[in-house]
Design a protein around this ligand. Structure first.
Ligand code: SF4
Length: 427
């Protein structure tokens, strides 16, 4: 089999000190995940129990109005609804009854909590149990929180998938489970590469439909496709499934390393592995080389946002020639991103959590060529002459696996080229 990725001569970063900060944060909330999850789960409906702010977030971010029959909505609880919790529960039951009577296509209903204190007081787990009893077996009702308090936007997907794991049936079948919501075309590429190596059966979480043949057990091994799935990882572990830790499939090297870990688990021989991966690897290398010309030797600073920061820093430093100054993530789960940390050369500062003012000071002092951050920070930093990349775009754009590797590098080179052009025009 092709050789394993070379470890950095300076040693990896798994044991590097991490600056832990708690203070004001600038991130979207977990409701954002509904925007991509509703596309993946075709018979699911996400009912946000929230305020008008939550409704506005979903409507503006997801363009809910363009759907004739949207698959997410908001039950807005007015103060009068919340005068008594019994009233609020009754109101919720009424909304769900009306929704399920009108929409018989819904097979999975998610009650999604939010952060207004009145909503936090509502016991949505009990509500979901009560409704499951009423609507089983035709509708499965689950709950999770998308609250913006102490969470970041990708945790919405984690909370949703973690809620699904306990109710999946048991199976003794030896199987591979791919965990994480990917655009369909990207998911198909991954399944096709693995199937061509003779690996199977392959299941995915989230499955497109509630009645998909998806069970879990001690003979299930799982590979994460997204690094922000800590709670889902723990829930799968509790069900006896075994995690295959690997670098994440970003870029040619990351994709090859991720595939290799799975291939070794399933006893795929070196010749088969090379035969299946050789052509897409060559295409990925070529595409990255073209797209990363602008990136070579440039510095990058990551604010904590999507939780993709560590695997992306590994890709950008090792495959695109960038220098990372600071790599921060909302949470650093070494059981998940440890293999990426092993491949990162020592040098950058690692930070977990955020005290935004202190971090802005560090960024201003470092004057990186490119800063990856949330929308709220991007405009002020651009006004100060720093080129920025919005972290949220990385979650909405297909960036995993070989065929997207060039596009992934391109997402980072575009803002640098734009900054160069603006600079030229100004001079
Ligand atoms: Fe705002 Fe909280 Fe609703 Fe998110 S869940 S839109 S942070 S009120």
């Amino acid at each position: 089999m092709t050789e394993a990725p070379r470890l950095p001569l300076s040693g990896g970063c798994r044991n590097e000190p991490i600056l832990k900060q708690r203070g004001q944060r600038e991130v979207f909330c977990g409701l954002t995940g509904i925007i991509w999850l509703h596309r993946k789960m075709q018979d699911a409906f996400f009912l946000v129990i929230g305020s008008r702010t939550c409704a506005h977030l979903l409507q503006s971010a997801a363009g809910v109005m363009i759907f004739a029959e949207p698959r997410f909505g908001t039950a807005i609880l007015e103060e009068s609804d919340l005068a008594g919790m019994a009233d609020a529960q009754a109101e919720l039951d009424k909304v769900v009854d009306q929704l399920l009577a009108r929409r018989t296509d819904i097979k999975q209903l998610f009650l999604v909590g939010s952060c207004p204190s009145e909503v936090i007081k509502l016991d949505l787990a009990r509500a979901a149990e009560r409704m499951t009893e009423r609507y089983a077996p035709s509708v499965r009702v689950l709950n999770f929180s998308g609250s913006g308090i102490e969470t970041t936007f990708t945790q919405g997907e984690d909370a949703c998938l973690a809620a699904m794991v306990p109710v999946l049936p048991k199976t003794a079948e030896r199987q591979l489970l791919l965990v994480g919501a990917l655009p369909d075309v990207v998911e198909e590429q991954a399944v096709s590469l693995l199937s061509d190596m003779g690996i199977g059966p392959i299941k995915v979480l989230p499955a497109p439909r509630a009645d998909a043949d998806l069970g879990l057990g001690e003979n299930t091994v799982f590979a994460l496709t997204q690094p922000f799935l800590g709670d889902t990882h723990a829930a799968l572990d509790r069900r006896g499934a075994r995690h295959l830790p690997a670098p994440f499939p970003f870029g040619e090297e990351g994709t090859t390393a991720w595939l290799r870990v799975i291939a070794e688990e399933f006893g795929v021989d070196a010749e088969t592995f090379d035969k299946v991966t050789a052509a897409p690897r060559a295409r990925a290398r070529k595409a990255i080389a073209q797209a990363s010309e602008t990136l070579r030797g440039k510095s990058i600073f990551f604010f904590p946002d999507s939780q993709l920061e560590i695997p992306l820093a590994r890709f950008l430093t090792r495959e695109c020639g960038m220098d990372a100054i600071e790599i921060s993530a909302p949470f650093i789960h070494k059981g998940i991103v440890g293999p990426d940390l092993d491949l990162l050369a020592q040098g950058p500062t690692f930070s977990e959590g955020q005290d935004v003012d202190l971090q802005l000071d560090r960024c201003r002092q470092a004057r990186p060529d490119l800063t990856v951050c949330g929308l709220g920070l991007a405009n002020p930093l651009e006004a100060e002459g720093l080129a920025t990349k919005w972290a949220i775009e990385l979650v909405f754009t297909p960036v995993h696996f070989y065929e997207q590797a060039g596009d992934l590098a391109g997402l980072f080179s575009r803002p640098l080229r734009r900054a160069d052009l603006l600079h030229l025009e100004a001079t």
